[in-house]
Design a protein around this ligand. Structure first.
Ligand code: DON
Length: 304
């Protein structure tokens, strides 16, 4: 597959769209990123890396962290995790509170903020510093020891994180928080503030393309059945209330973040990450979704 040529073509075709959309500003530190930034990387299970644009520039991974924290919590609890978090698409915005009351504090899925807070609660219970455990996990699966979280982004979100605090306290009122809500929100904001590049994120997600095993080291992160299940959740819930439209256009399991990154996996073949900070109305990268749609169209590869 000529990934190099296809990435170049995508970069050229995308030019009119770069800078379109809205850069997230509800976390003030994120608003400082140039709107027309763009990078994309494909990493194959056989170890080849293809990159275009700013594929080595680190950005705030935000909700993409939910994929890795969910992996870690699933490793710890297995199916017991689903007693506290559901597995259905929410059909509501990623930071919505509306379903929580009707559904007694059990979030619809681990990729909306409420569900991710429960997942982080699981990690806070197990690790002295959950955010450090997440950073260490990411360093291990990528082989990049300099990965870390950006304190300014974490502080910026902590200072404005009223909705996440509300959700965590609300779930605590239903008995669905084991640790103090403030501890969980603090760890959650730090995990979201981890900075990584497209190449690093594609490498990090590669265990999902490879039956749960990191191809470069042979380390098993998940059994193949669990890798299937997490990828299925990405497909149905990874891009929020736009998951239906996303899978129609792209045809790959994916996880997005308001920093403008999207990671997607093609089982048995590769992981891809695209970054462009301008977001569409659902909070997904506008140019990023287009780039992935073109990638699966030009390569004629998707899960379908
Ligand atoms: O909790 C928040 O609002 C952010 N830390 C993460 C949100 C996010 O990335 C949702 N993605 N589209």
């Amino acid at each position: 597959m000529d990934y190099a040529g296809i990435l170049e073509k995508i970069h050229v075709d995308l030019q009119p769209w770069l800078g379109k959309g809205r850069v997230a500003d509800y976390i003030p530190e994120l608003a400082k990123v140039p709107a027309d930034s763009f990078g994309m990387a494909v990493v194959t299970t056989s170890g080849e890396v293809f990159r275009v644009g700013e594929a080595d520039t680190r950005f705030s991974i935000q909700s993409i962290s939910k994929l890795f924290t969910c992996t870690m919590a699933f490793r710890l609890l297995g199916d017991a995790l689903w007693q506290r978090v559901g597995r259905e698409p929410s059909g509501t915005a990623f930071n919505s509170l509306v379903q929580l009351e009707a559904e007694q504090g059990k979030p619809r899925n681990p990729f909306i903020n409420a569900g991710a807070l429960v997942v982080t609660d699981v990690l806070c219970r197990r690790f002295v510093k959950a955010e450090t455990a997440v950073v260490e996990f990411l360093r291990r699966v990528t082989g990049e020891p300099s990965i870390d979280y950006d304190m300014r982004v974490a502080q910026s979100e902590l200072a404005h994180g009223h909705r996440n605090r509300a959700m965590a306290h609300f779930m605590a009122s239903f008995g669905n928080m084991e640790m103090p809500p403030e501890v969980v929100v603090d760890a959650y904001c730090r995990q979201c503030a981890i900075s990584m590049s497209c190449v690093e994120l594609a490498k990090a997600a590669l265990y999902l393309s490879n039956g749960g095993v990191v191809p470069s080291t042979g380390e098993r992160i998940l059994d193949s059945s669990s890798a299937k299940r997490l990828s299925a959740l990405m497909l149905t819930c990874g891009t929020y209330d736009a998951a239906g439209d996303f899978v129609y256009r792209v045809g790959l399991p994916a996880k997005s973040g308001v920093g403008g990154g999207i990671v997607a996996v093609l089982p048995g073949e590769m992981a891809v990450c695209v970054w462009s900070p301008g977001l569409d109305k659902n909070g997904n990268s506008l140019a990023g979704v287009m780039a992935l749609e073109w990638l699966t169209t030009f390569t004629d590869q998707s899960i379908f």
